[in-house]
Design a protein around this ligand. Sequence first.
Ligand SMILES: [Zn+2]
Ligand SMILES: [Zn+2]
Length: 647
Amino acid sequence: MIKITLPDGTVKEFAKGSTPMDVANSISAGLARNVISAKFNDTVVESVAPLNENGNLILYTWNDKEGKKAFWHSTSHIVAQALEELYPGIKLTIGPAIENGFYYDVDFGADTISEKDFPAIEKKALEIARGKHDFKMHPVSKADALSSYKAQGNEYKVELIENLEDGTITFCDHDTFTDLCRGGHIPNTGIVKAIKILNVAGAYWRGDENKPQLTRVYGISFPKQKELTVYLEMLEEAKKRDHRKLGKDLGLFTFSQKVGQGLPLWLPKGAALRERLEQFLKKAQKKAGYEMVVTPHIGSKELYVTSGHYEKYGADSFQPIRTPKEDEEFLLKPMNCPHHCEIYNTRPFSYRELPKRYAEFGTVYRYEQSGELHGLTRVRGFTQDDAHIFCTPEQLDQEFKNVIDLSLYVLGSLGFDNFTAQVSVRDLETPEKYIGSVNNWEKAENAIINAATEKGLDFVIEKGEAAFYGPKLDFMVKDALGRQWQLGTIQVDYNLPERFDLTYKGSDNELHRPVMIHRAPFGSMERFIALLLEHTAGNFPLWLIPEQAIVLPVSEKHEKYAEKVLSSLENNEIRAQIDARNETVGKKIREAEMNKIPFMLVVGENEEEANAISVRRHGGEDLGSISIKQFTDLVATEINSTLKSFV
Ligand SMILES: [Zn+2]
Ligand SMILES: [Zn+2]
C-alpha cells in the first residue's frame, strides 16, 4: 500500500500502482469526471499514471491553471495530428501551452498557411478529438527515438532528443499520432469540445535568428462550445478597448520614432489626466503622513553598485553615461530606492521620529528589447508612484495596514472592485536563499498576513515566492473583461538598509537597522493608465476625467448664454468647455460622443428663456431640460458615490 496526502492534509491509503483517477474516484464520482490532470510530489503526472510511492497529490480540473495547461497542451497534440494529415511532410518541433491557449511551431517546408486555412484545420482537429482517443505515455530508448525521427527527416526533434538523457525519453500516443513529449496530458481527446486556431506568426527555431524560421500556429480550446464563444467575444471587445487605439482616439499619448522607441509622449489631454491622478494620490498620501521628495533622472554608477542593482541588472540595462572630462560614470535611474536611501542617510534618526515615508513620482528608465515593447504597458521610460517607508520592526505591522488602506482606497476610487491578494513568503526548506534574520522574516510575514486578514482581503499565501530580500503582498486585479493584472506591490526589504548602512537610535540608545517598505499603488503611471483605459473603455470615472462636460450652443446667437453657463459650471468646479464652432449640434454631439465626454449640455432658444440646459449623457441618455443647479447637484452626487475622502 502507499500513503497519498491530499492538499487539505488528509492521508489515504491506496494499493501500489493506483492512479490519480483512482484517488479522485475514491473521493467522488463527480470529481473523477472533472479531473483532467495531476501533480504528484511537485511533478506533473498523467491522471492515469500509476503511483508507486508515498507522496503529495494535487488533482486538477479545468478550473485550475494547471488543468488548463494540460488541456491546452493536449490540444496542441491534436492540432499537430490534424496539420500532419492536412499537410503531409511537414516537420513538427514543439507545442507548449501558454497563458491563453497553446502554440505549435512547425516547419511547413514549401507550404504556407494563412487565416483562410484555419476552418479546415479546426474541423480536422475536432474530428480527431471526437474519437475519444486516450493519451498514452511510453518510454523510448534514445537510439529508437533518434532513429524514428531520423527516418522522418525531422532534424528538429533529432536535435531535441540529442540533448536528452537516455532513460528519460518518453513519447505520447493518441489515435495514429506519436510525439516526443515529457507529459502533462488530459485523459483523452474527447474532453476537447471546441478548438479555434487564432493566428500564425513567424518564429525562429529555438528563438535564434540565425536558425530556420518556423511557423507558429496559435490556438485555444475549451471543454464547452459556449466557453469558446464567450472567449471570442471577449477578444473582440479587448480589441476595441486596446489602450493603444483608445489612447490615439482620445488624444492622450503618442510615440515618435525620432524621440525613440518605448518612450511615450503625453499629449495635453493625457498630461491633464496624469496630473489629476497624481494630485489624487498626493492628497491621500499627505493625509497618510508621506513627504514628497525629488531625485534626479540619473545616478552615479557607484550608487547602483552599492545597491546591488548594477551587479544584477547592469549588463542588461542602458549602458553608463560618461562625463567628457572627469571620467565619471552615471546610469539612467532604473529605480528610485537607492536615491531615497541616501535621502534617509542625510541625518541620524531616533526611533521616535520613525516611520519616515518618502514619496516621489519618479521617472525611471529600463532597457527593453524593441520586440518586447507594447504601448504603455512595456516601455523604456516610465514614472512610478513610488514611496519608501523606513520604520522600526515593531512598526511594520501598523505600516503594512496603512499601506493596504491606501491601496484599497486607490483601487476603489478607480472602479477596480474585483481583486484578490497574493502574499509571497519564504520557502522554509531553503533558508540560505534569504538575507535578514529568521526572527525578522517571521515578524514581517506575520505582519503581512495579519494586516491582510484584518483588512478582510481575499488572499492566498504563496510559499517560496518571496524575493531574497523580503516578503511581499501583490494585488491581483480583474478588469472588466475578466483579465487578471498585478497591480500595486507592497514589498518588505531587509537588504537595502543593510547595503546603505541605514540606522536609527533605539530606546536603548543603540543603533538599529530600520526596515524598508517599497510600495506603488499604481505601479507606474503609464501601465496604470493603460489598464484603466482598457478597464473603463475610456469612460473614466467622473471625478478623474479632465473634461466632464461640453456646452454646445445651437447657434452663434446663444454663445453669450453658453459662456454664462460655463462660468457657473466653473464656479461649481465642474471642468467644461464650449464647442462654439460653426457646426450643427448633431455633429458636435457625435464628436463629443467619440471623445467620451460624460455630459453634453445643449443651449438654444428654449434653454436660454428658461435659464436651463438640455443635458445628454455620453451613450445617448436624455436627461431633458434642467437648471444648472440641478446639474451641478447631479455631478456632485455621482462624484461622491465613487470618490470618498481618504481618512
Ligand atoms: Zn504532450
Ligand atoms: Zn523601491
